[in-house]
Design a binder for this molecule. Structure first.
Ligand code: SF4
Ligand code: SF4
Length: 332
């Protein structure tokens, strides 16, 4: 009987892991937001939403206060600082805006600063997972650690992840980050589009809620696309005639408006409209799989199996941010 690549990979990991599992010890603290949202999805997956949700980001309105970053950290129990420190970065000489940042393991969203080639004024751009309609991260994952939910959010399950990090290679927007600093049980992390807030709390994502400039509009994706085109139509000359995310790589739930061409504010404009799963199979699975990583997934899988076994002996309280000594930022 034949065995496909995925089965082969899974079995190899299990064998390698089983051989090396030894004594148990306490796992270190870890990011909690992705695991929490995955568990919520598992409870809710029979509930089919009528439409996908999304967020329209109007970059012409952003003032760079970075409150969205603060709110995201706070909601997701990521390490945080007082909100004043985020807001102050707009005027500081030695500012985080002096270089372009990408998301990292405990920072699911970042705001970057560009300058308009038209008038030299700053343009602030918030970035996070785009929640693709057909996600590259999902198609690249050997152990089905990603799901596209009927509400639009793309969620990640750290419970089955073996740390191969193919999702990071496959994402056309460089989104998934990795807890390189976690000695045991490192995870991939990314924005969940506040799946917990939009499904059970009935409220908008934390970044949308806090924004003082109404940069972001949360709603049904189809309606957001109409709204975006309406804004372009009703404000001649203000926006470029393109809604980023409407068609890129098959469409994304996060959509953007801009006053300048998107490649001038950090967006990739050469990724096409074909969904990544339709283009990545040949690249990721047929050619690069063993060329890129060789045999290390076996070793890494064993390492993960050990970590997961250890984790079973650790209570959820042990993995809280409190235990890790993280502080949360005061708002005022
Ligand atoms: S909170 Fe709103 S205005 Fe402030 S940086 Fe984020 S998107 Fe821009
Ligand atoms: S932006 Fe990247 S991480 Fe987010 S859903 Fe798309 S492929 Fe996955």
């Amino acid at each position: 009987m034949g065995i496909n690549r995925r089965d082969f990979f899974k079995k190899s990991v299990i064998i390698a892991g089983s051989a090396l599992i030894g004594t148990s010890s306490k796992a270190y603290a870890q990011n909690v937001a992705n695991e929490k949202n995955w568990k919520l999805w598992e409870k809710r997956k029979g509930i089919i939403s009528e439409d996908r949700y999304g967020v329209l980001v109007d970059t012409t309105r952003c003032i760079g206060c970075r409150r969205c970053e603060w709110a995201c950290n706070e909601w997701n129990k990521n390490p945080n600082r007082p909100i004043q420190e985020f807001e102050a970065s707009v005027s500081q000489t030695d500012s985080v805006f002096n270089h372009i940042r990408r998301m990292h393991a405990q920072n699911f969203t970042v705001v970057n600063r560009y300058y308009s080639p038209k008038d030299g004024k700053p343009i602030y751009v918030k970035r996070q997972c785009m929640h693709c309609e057909e996600p590259g991260c999902l198609s690249a994952c050997f152990v089905d650690a990603f799901r596209k939910t009927s509400e639009g959010s793309v969620l990640y399950n750290p419970g089955v992840c073996i740390g191969c990090r193919y999702c990071m290679i496959a994402c056309p927007f460089d989104v998934p980050a990795y807890e390189y600093n976690e000695p045991l049980n490192p995870q991939v992390t990314k924005c969940t589009m506040c799946y917990d807030r939009i499904t059970t709390e009935g409220v908008v994502p934390a970044c949308v809620e806090i924004c003082p400039a109404e940069v972001m509009t949360f709603g049904k994706r189809s309606e957001l696309i109409k709204l975006a085109h309406e804004r372009i139509r009703n404000n001649p000359g203000k926006y470029v005639e393109h809604v980023y995310g409407e068609r890129e790589v098959g469409g994304t739930c996060w959509l953007y408006l801009s006053s300048v061409p998107f490649n001038q504010i950090g967006f990739k404009t050469d990724i096409g409209e074909t969904p990544i799963p339709k283009t990545s199979k040949g690249y990721l699975f047929a050619v690069k799989m063993f060329e890129i990583v060789g045999a290390w997934p076996l070793v890494f899988g064993a390492y993960y199996a050990i970590s997961k076994a250890r984790k079973k002996h650790t209570s959820s309280h042990d993995t809280s941010s409190e235990k890790k000594g993280e502080s949360h930022g005061a708002k005022h």
